[in-house]
Design a protein around this ligand. Structure first.
Ligand SMILES: *Cc1c(COP(=O)(O)O)cnc(C)c1O
Length: 383
């Protein structure tokens, strides 16, 4: 007889499998560049967020290895306990400069950043407005805050303005949270207009730019593409274009000082391994030196959108929306037989009826690989 916990889990798994919604983690070896080994075959991956190939860059790897030799593998405890590591303050200064803010705070991961930052600034009685397609960790942070959570339509500034006007009265504080580049859609939030609406209603603006840094605008991310936008909390990760692990938020000095004393995922969570900070600093060095590397992922993405007559890519992410989960699964299987790894994205990661292939482009993809992808995707395009 199985125990009730195991029976519960098995029942859920059976339900998900029947609906083509079961996810399993496939043994896969990432190699240098865009190649992966899976099931004894080498595939070209279009599913990885290592947009600039920096996770395997010789300089970035060397910086990480040198940091391990000098400082060991772990931070030992929360930064408030062990004290600040010089690599942490160096990385924070670099990020603040890049984003044009007074200060920055690094986190263990993007998920930890948003789940920690949001409840630090809004609580019960306050208001938080979230774009309907914002990343899962923004929703988790919003829920944890116990503020009233209001959803606004994707990139719909009029809807945001109406809902903010309605909810703002009575709420002592209001926060608007959105992705800068949307992780599953690849489009960009209109931060100039969003920021204006926020200012009109004295609402603070948090932008999660995990997919913007190193890719859009001058490489510093989405905010600088909108010179008039004021983004109070510029959050992003070190896990995508930076090629490593960890996250950050850039803001004014008092905002950062408050986060460092109050945010639970900083105070009660171990600091980043020093090697991750060293790798991120080296990655920022490479980015600063090689603007052509930053321009490459969007150029690669546009090669595909042009060939397939799709709207021009705005970022390194291009969705091919297929509708039903089974269709996305079948398309991904077909592409895999052609040597291409494209992971199907299904609900609840994306809304029901919008299962898709999410294509992610890297500076390391060749034109030939993209042309191969174009031909493989073409028969799946909805008519
Ligand atoms: C990946 C991602 C995160 C989470 O970052 P991790 O460092 O992987 O935890 C947060 N927000 C967005 C928009 C992301 O794409």
């Amino acid at each position: 007889m199985t125990d009730t916990l195991t029976a519960f889990a098995q029942g859920k798994i059976d339900q998900l499998a029947a609906a083509s919604l079961l996810r399993t983690i496939q043994p896969t070896r990432r190699m240098a560049g865009v190649l992966v080994e899976r099931g004894g075959r080498t595939l070209v991956s279009f599913s990885c967020n290592d947009y600039l190939g920096l996770s395997h860059h010789p300089e970035v790897k060397a910086a990480a290895m040198a940091a391990v030799e000098t400082y060991g593998t772990g931070a030992g405890a929360s930064r408030l306990v062990t004290g600040d590591h010089p690599l942490f303050s160096e990385l924070e200064a670099r990020l603040a400069t890049l984003k044009g803010t007074e200060a920055a705070c690094i986190f263990g991961s993007g998920y930890l950043a948003n789940t920690g930052i949001i409840p630090t600034f809004v609580g019960p009685g306050d208001l938080i407005l979230v774009d309907e397609l914002a990343h899962a960790c923004i929703w988790t942070g919003a829920k944890l805050s116990q503020a009233e959570v209001v959803v606004f339509r994707h990139n719909d500034v009029a809807d945001l303005a109406a809902k903010l006007a309605e909810g703002r009265t009575g709420a002592p504080k209001a926060l608007v949270a959105t992705d800068g580049v949307f992780s599953m859609d690849g489009d960009i939030a209109p931060l100039d207009e969003i920021s204006r609406v926020c200012r009109d209603h004295d609402a603070w603006l948090l932008v999660d730019d995990a997919h913007g840094l190193g890719v859009v605008g001058d490489g510093s991310g989405t905010a600088r593409m909108f010179p008039d936008a004021r983004v109070d909390l510029q959050m992003g990760t070190l896990s995508k274009a930076i090629g490593g692990y960890g996250a950050y938020v850039c803001a004014t000095q008092p905002v950062i000082d408050f986060i460092k004393t109050r945010t639970r995922t900083v105070v009660y969570s171990t600091g980043l391994p020093p090697a991750n900070a060293a790798a991120a600093i080296a990655a920022l060095d490479v980015m600063a030196r090689e603007p052509e590397r930053i321009a490459a992922p969007i150029a690669r993405a546009r090669r595909l959108t042009t060939a397939l007559n799709l709207p021009p890519a705005e970022s390194a992410v291009v969705p091919i929306i297929l509708g039903e989960a089974e269709t996305a699964l079948a398309a991904a299987r077909d592409l895999e037989t052609k040597g291409l790894l494209v992971v199907p994205i299904r609900p609840p990661t994306v809304p029901a009826g919008t299962a898709r292939l999410r294509l992610a482009f890297s500076s390391e993809h060749t034109d030939e690989q993209i042309d191969q992808l174009v031909e493989a995707v073409r028969p799946w395009l909805p008519r």
